[in-house]
Design a protein around this ligand. Structure first.
Ligand SMILES: [Zn+2]
Ligand SMILES: [Zn+2]
Length: 276
């Protein structure tokens, strides 16, 4: 079994309206590309912040710019006009857990993917933009806050999967690196992850980013495996051609670490299936 659950039906740029991308023909393009790569468990997980209802949770200016589509239209499209699993990629917004829970519980997802892109109002993955956290803060402080927040996201119980778990490394040498060993920061998240029931995403998206590595780092994944957490495999594709990107490498890497099963989701129930 191979899965690709963290998948977007359109690029993140503006000018990618739902009407052009949430179509049976586009879903079919994704299904065909996945089949060619041997991926049978395929789902989509659009960014929550591209839907108007996201503003019930948080009103960051970036979200206000982006939140234009209707969330229930998206859910109805996926359920009624495609054979894809229905997911969503939602940010963890500290202090807004109740609002997020209300929004999520009002819809029938197959899975909810939780992400940490923002630390307060600044983002770790928007280099050079208005909300670029790397312009001001100390890299060790950013890494510490990132992993503390990731732990809180796991502990919140809001999510089935923790996305790109060490996204903070995304820029590689294109952002200041922490001075301390990253393991010191991983430790800040691991107790909360061990106490949670969340699956850990192994994402090949990092191989397409400046860092050029799978998310998460091997040392971080090993801690999660020791804590008994299952693995969810995804590519974070934003185009059909990115589905299953470098999966051969990921599968080999997982096998080296003794991972023999992948998490599979349906109506927010998780089961494990043999990997490969
Ligand atoms: Zn993300
Ligand atoms: Zn994503």
């Amino acid at each position: 079994m191979l899965t690709d659950y963290h998948v977007h039906l359109r690029p993140d740029e503006q000018g990618t309206p739902a009407a052009e991308h949430f179509t049976p023909a586009n879903a079919q393009r994704y299904r065909e590309a996945a089949s060619e790569r041997g991926i049978h468990e395929l789902g989509v997980s659009e960014h929550l912040h591209r839907f108007a209802q996201a503003l019930e949770v948080w009103t960051h200016p970036f979200w206000r710019q982006q939140a234009t589509d209707d969330l229930d239209d998206y859910c109805a499209f996926v359920r009624e006009q495609t054979d894809l699993r229905l997911g969503i990629e939602a940010d963890f917004v500290p202090g807004r857990e109740d609002r997020m829970q209300n929004l999520l519980e009002a819809r029938e997802w197959d899975y909810v993917i939780g992400s940490v892109h923002f630390l307060r109002d600044e983002a770790v993955d928007m280099r050079g933009g208005q909300w670029d956290i790397w312009r001001s803060a100390d890299p060790d402080a950013i890494w510490r806050r990132y992993f503390e927040t990731l732990g809180e996201a796991a502990r919140s119980g809001l999510f089935d999967v923790l996305a790109h778990p060490d996204l903070v490394k995304v820029w590689g040498d294109g952002a200041p690196r922490p001075r301390a060993d990253p393991r010191r920061y991983y430790e800040l998240a691991i107790d909360a992850i061990a106490d949670s029931d969340v699956a850990i995403e192994v994402s090949t998206a990092g191989l397409r980013k400046p860092v050029g590595e799978i998310y998460p780092a091997r040392a971080f994944l090993e801690l999660c495996l020791e804590a008994g957490r299952p693995v969810a495999l995804s590519s974070d594709a934003h185009l059909p051609g990115e589905l299953g990107h470098e999966y051969e490498r990921a599968v080999e890497w997982l096998a080296e670490m003794g991972v023999g099963e992948l998490a599979v989701f349906e109506r927010r129930e998780r089961r494990l299936e043999p990997l490969g």
